[in-house]
Design a protein around this ligand. Structure first.
Ligand SMILES: Nc1ncnc2c1ncn2[C@@H]1O[C@H](COP(=O)(O)OP(=O)(O)OP(=O)(O)O)[C@@H](O)[C@H]1O
Length: 555
């Protein structure tokens, strides 16, 4: 007689053969009993047809958890057949499987990205960063998230000019270029800033599909060409900011070479020498000579030293890196670093080179005997020295300057122009060949320069030039003064001669430079004969005269 209840653990059920047979084995008896509908033979082992309908008709319902899944076959039966345990095991299995799938997908994505996508990373330190940013401003006009970059310039006269450029803001942007889809990601470091400029580090990351990877070269070339076209016909002036060279303002229009009037043949000789130097790199390399050229321009202030270097750079299609050696914040290390990292195709202009010869606090204590006498003459740089002292900086030392000029870290292929108003204080070590290969005196206006300046300002009035030269040839004038003079009389070639007379022979007690200008040259109007029309013309002249008056006052 079958019991009305039996213990589930008494039976071990398993599917056999082609899954159409279920065998049930009796294992043991235990205390826990549960009601069991239907009949089961009390034998220790029996076979039941697995046909569900026959099972149903026989009253046996196969219960999940009562069989030992093949997966759990390594476990003891009592554990494997425990429904709670096997259910938990199932959940863990499903979880593990899902996490496996996820990891698989992730690694698949990484591998996929590697093979399917191409990424270009441009850090803000790289030269092309600014090019690409400018290019983005120009090309990616449909960007929705924008940042603004404002250019603000204030001229000496107080005139303010501003312009706004909208740049893609930090974040994600999508754009198309030549049919390729590009993801642009502009990332800004929150915790790292560039100590030189105080701006955060940034990275531009461009991503596109691998088959379009060639698009990056096209994009970079286009960005570069765009930037260079903007600079074409211009001279970029670099200033030092921290350890870096930074363009100072917008590129400047090239100064015509002929606009700087030096003594006869001086300018042409220097230009020829530069060309020769630039054409003979191989010659230098073959002989193991450092490929550098140094020039020293010396003379009184306002005679055209800096202007000449500017014009020369234009003639050579070079840019200029300007450094003032007297800068109280320029240290030996900075100078050395800056000279070692001069941008390509740039002349270096070291202004007031005598600034490095000026004694500094402690210099004389260090027992540098050599050029002490010459260095003591450097009194007029005491202001810079005081500033340096105040801020605890130590300005460029003489040995620091020599090291930077030709120490081991000095770069190859370099043209350096040095200027000074005080040639006599320069130590011989500084101006020896190798550091200075050509010394040029740029002095006060010579008769020849007076003539050329006159003709430049009054083309077509060459006949007056001789007279002008005769009047002024014995008057010491700097070219800057001469330029100021011509600006005052620019419309009046003859008036210029009359004015020159007054400069050459000033009334007693009056210095030419402080002399008030002569009355404006007579206007060629005849009010009585020209009527109303001329009245307007006269008004025009009056305005012009007023302008000229103002300009004279300014000068
Ligand atoms: N030889 C020149 N020909 C034409 N213009 C000149 C000449 N010399 C000076 N000038 C004019 O005078 C001004 C000052 O010139 P610049 O700064 O080049 O002189 P500098 O000799 O370098 O003076 P400093 O020694 O003070 O630096 C400029 O505006 C420049 O145009």
């Amino acid at each position: 007689t079958p019991p009305s209840t039996f213990d589930v653990s008494d039976f071990n059920c398993e599917l056999q053969g082609g899954s159409d047979r279920l065998s049930v084995h009796r294992q043991s008896r235990s205390a826990a009993r549960m009601p069991m509908p239907g009949m089961l033979p009390p034998s220790s082992a029996l076979s039941v047809s697995a046909d569900p309908s026959s099972l149903a008709s026989s009253g046996v319902t196969p219960t999940i958890g009562t069989s030992k899944p093949a997966l759990l076959s390594f476990l003891p039966d009592w554990l494997a057949c425990n429904p709670y345990f096997s259910a938990g095991f199932g959940l863990v299995g499903v979880g593990a499987l899902l996490s496996l799938v996820r990891t698989g997908l992730q690694s698949g994505l990484v591998v996929g990205r590697r093979y399917v996508l191409t990424t270009l990373e441009i850090p803000s330190k790289d030269h092309s960063y600014q090019w690409v940013m400018q290019w983005l401003i120009h090309r990616h006009r449909q960007a929705r998230h924008l940042g603004v970059e404002t250019t603000y310039t204030k001229s000496k006269s107080g005139h303010v000019q501003t312009s706004f450029a909208f740049v893609p803001s930090p974040g994600l942007h999508y754009m198309t270029y030549n049919g390729a889809l590009i993801k642009v990601e502009r990332e800004r470091e929150k915790s790292v800033i560039d100590l030189n400029t105080g701006t955060p580090w940034e990275t531009l990351t461009l991503t596109t599909f691998a088959p379009w990877r060639g698009i990056f070269s096209e994009l970079l070339s286009e960005a570069r060409d765009m930037a260079l076209t903007k600079e074409e016909g211009k001279t970029i002036i670099y200033n030092s900011v921290g350890q870096d060279w930074r363009p100072f303002g917008d590129p400047k229009r090239i100064r015509p070479f002929s606009s700087v009037v030096l003594a006869e043949n001086v300018a042409e000789t220097i230009l020829r020498d530069c060309h020769e130097f630039l054409d003979s790199s191989q010659w230098y390399i073959e002989r193991g000579i450092p490929y550098r050229r140094g020039y020293l321009l010396w003379g009184p202030p306002g005679c055209g030293k800096s202007s000449f270097v500017m014009a020369l750079a234009g003639a050579l299609h070079y840019n200029i890196c300007v450094l003032n050696v007297s800068d109280p914040f320029l240290t030996d290390d900075r100078l050395q670093h800056l000279l070692a990292t001069v941008p390509p195709r740039a002349l270096v202009l070291l202004e007031d080179i005598d600034g490095a010869i000026t004694p500094q606090p402690g210099d004389l204590d260090e027992g540098e005997e050599g050029d002490t006498k010459k260095r003591e003459k450097g009194g007029h740089h005491s202001h810079a020295a005081a500033l340096a002292h105040q801020f605890g900086t130590r300005r460029v030392s003489f040995s620091g300057l020599l090291n930077a000029l030709d120490g081991v870290a000095a770069t190859e292929e370099r043209i350096i122009f040095m200027t000074t108003n005080r040639y006599e204080v320069l130590p011989d070590a500084l101006i020896r060949p190798g550091r200075v290969d050509m010394k040029v005196f740029v002095g006060l206006a010579q008769p020849e320069q007076l003539r050329r300046m006159y003709v430049r300002f009054f083309p077509g009035h060459e006949s007056f030039a001789d007279e002008f030269v005769r009047v002024l040839k014995d008057t010491p004038l700097t070219m800057a003064e001469l330029q100021g003079f011509f600006m005052l009389v620019r419309d009046d070639p003859q008036g210029a001669i009359a004015y020159a007379q007054r400069i050459a022979h000033p009334p007693p007690g009056q210095h030419p430079a402080t002399e008030p200008p002569p009355p404006p040259p007579p206007t060629h109007t005849h009010p009585h004969t020209h009527g109303h029309h001329d009245h307007e013309h006269k008004d025009e002249k009056t305005v012009k005269d007023q302008e000229r008056e103002r300009e004279r006052e300014r000068v």
